[in-house]
Design a protein around this ligand. Structure first.
Ligand code: MG
Ligand code: MG
Length: 239
């Protein structure tokens, strides 16, 4: 899983290096597929429940599951979220990052910074003896401090020999439910999706692209994290 996630991270690094005004979002799909071939890995999302691309590429008010397109040209001030996964020797890697295109608004900068930091607040709680919802609570309280919205419809997940395993990892604490105890050896994909406005989601006619109902900006950061007796180990890092 370390190797699968290292490859995901390297590819996300390269996608980020290519984010600039004037490029079509299909470029990122092409890079992702080419690197999968080079590394000898399978893109995890291509064909997953019928998803038609290797990469989820979501711009501005798109939260997640956006389609790369040759007609969608990135413009200065956009933000673009890449969610990417691979399968390596039967094991999955999954990670996401949001990038600014050229110079973005202060609000967009703040949204990206808060979303990214909320992920790290959640990761800190991914230790044996804690409860799963300690992770959720840490993400939620950090995000809400800034008055941003937390998407509820999509959640993180366990990961391993399947892309989506139990448990679901909400980025908020579900009322009246208790989370499972965290144990060494669990691997979690923690993935806050945060909006400048409300948490409500709409899915576009393509049946995949999830956008904020109020069309406010949305950011998404995700890491695959192993729970170990030495604390959380982020697997989706490049080196
Ligand atoms: Mg993902
Ligand atoms: Mg995921």
């Amino acid at each position: 899983m370390r190797e699968a996630n290292r490859i995901v991270s390297r590819i996300l690094d390269e996608l980020g290096e290519n984010v600039r005004p004037g490029v079509p979002t299909m470029l990122f799909e092409e890079i992702s597929r080419a690197r999968c071939e080079e590394y000898g890995v399978r893109p995890a999302f291509l064909g997953y429940q019928g998803f038609p691309f290797a990469l989820c590429c979501s711009v501005n008010e798109e939260i997640v599951h956006g389609f790369p397109s040759k007609d969608r040209i990135l413009a200065e001030g956009d933000i673009v979220s890449f969610d990417f996964g691979v399968v390596y020797h039967g094991f999955y890697g999954d990670s996401a990052r949001t990038f600014g295109v050229g110079k973005v608004s202060q609000e967009a900068e703040k949204l990206m910074a808060v979303t990214r930091e909320s992920l790290y607040k959640g990761i800190e709680q991914a230790v044996p003896g804690n409860n799963l919802y300690d992770v959720s609570a840490a993400v939620q309280s950090y995000v809400e401090e800034f008055g941003f919205g937390i998407v509820r419809r999509f959640v993180g997940h366990g990961i391993g020999a399947h892309l989506h395993e139990k448990p679901e990892i909400p980025n908020f604490v579900p009322k009246g439910m208790s989370g499972v105890p965290l144990k060494a050896g669990m691997v979690l994909a923690i993935e806050p999706m945060v909006t400048v406005g409300g948490h409500e989601v709409e899915v576009l006619e393509d049946q995949w692209t999830a956008v904020t109902k109020d069309r406010s900006l949305s950011a998404h950061f995700e890491h695959t994290v192993a729970v170990t007796s030495d604390g959380p180990k982020i697997l989706s890092l490049s080196e």
